[in-house]
Design a protein around this ligand. Structure first.
Ligand SMILES: Nc1nc2c(ncn2[C@@H]2O[C@H](COP(=O)(O)OP(=O)(O)O)[C@@H](O)[C@H]2O)c(=O)[nH]1
Ligand SMILES: [Mg+2]
Length: 208
């Protein structure tokens, strides 16, 4: 989190973390698509080898009482864990104010999700000196629209965090993704003693 006093902008970073192809980039594109125009905008898109990395920025609905604008940056980790990407993953996590863990709920991906969740937990402790329970977090149990999707009870993630952190999502359909984002954002705000910020879906901005 960074407050630019001169430009009067508060920057908040949310990082989408999870195994390759779990739906992180799709989630960010759908968030940008589903939120009200003018409140959420894609700022830049970049590619890394075969990876379609996405980076987006959003302006959540903020209380008029705030003396600055809030800019929410949504980032995904690229690629696989391993030598080449490890540094990038750590760097992104070190900048995270909140994490959205995107798990692939399909049978056959469960162990890999669990392993990534464990690595993430360890890194949050190393980089932020906090356990995951103290850190702003939401879990997307993603791809629930697929036939091979299984219950989160099959995953170890289920026993490590309270159920309120878990959101069944379908990134391709845009289901559950704003709920997960706003849940994570509200924890970020609480921790920073900020007024609650909300990213609003398209069509709900009439009364603002
Ligand atoms: N059926 C289904 N497919 C999804 C969902 N989320 C992502 N995908 C597909 O999974 C593939 C990988 O998604 P992507 O967002 O690039 O994964 P990333 O590597 O985590 O960024 C793409 O073909 C997406 O269309 C979902 O919720 N349901
Ligand atoms: Mg991606």
């Amino acid at each position: 989190m960074y407050l630019d006093y001169f430009k009067k902008i508060l920057r908040i970073n949310l990082v989408y973390y999870g195994i390759p192809f779990s739906g992180k980039s799709t989630t960010i594109s759908m968030v940008l698509e589903r939120t009200s125009p003018g409140s959420c905008q894609p700022v830049s898109f970049y590619g890394l080898d075969t990876e379609r990395g996405i980076f987006g920025e959003c302006i959540p609905k903020a209380s008029k009482a705030l003396p600055f604008q809030v800019l929410l940056t949504l980032l995904t980790i690229p690629g696989y864990s391993g030598y080449v990407y490890d540094k990038a993953h750590k760097m992104l996590l070190s900048k995270a104010d909140g994490i959205l863990f995107v798990a692939d709920s399909q049978k056959g991906r469960i162990e890999q999700n669990d392993a990534y969740f464990g690595v993430m937990h360890r890194r949050v402790r190393e980089l932020h000196g906090q356990s995951l329970l103290e850190f702003p977090l939401a879990v997307q149990w993603n791809k629930v629209d697929t036939e091979s999707s299984v219950s989160i009870q099959k995953s170890k993630i289920h026993s490590q965090i309270s159920e309120s952190y878990i959101f069944e999502t379908s990134a391709v359909q845009g289901k559950g993704i704003l709920e997960a984002l706003n849940f994570c954002l509200s924890q970020v705000c609480k921790k920073a003693n900020l007024v609650d910020l909300v990213v609003q879906p398209r069509g709900s901005d009439v009364a603002n």
